[in-house]
Ligand binder design. Sequence first.
Ligand code: ZN
Length: 95
Amino acid sequence: MDKLYICRNCQYVFPKELSELIKSETQVYCEMCGTPFSLSGVSFRQATVREPGRTIHKPSKYGKTDKERSSLEKAIKNLNKLSNLIKNEVKLNKK
Ligand SMILES: [Zn+2]
């Protein structure tokens, strides 16, 4: 049986997804009241915006942030540049 993690403030039971983060010692927040989850003897890593790719669970905030979206767009643009470079190289090799 998986261990259940419960918010000390509102007794909200954290879902499996968040329990996994808690197990990996990542700071999570209660989806009901926003209280940071704490466990005695465990120092959680702060999941901040400085760590890209890590999901921060806060109440009433879902989906990607604008910052994430723009970095994704940048990545796609870079990918397009790269594929153009590869195409050009293929053309050169054919000569
Ligand atoms: Zn709570």
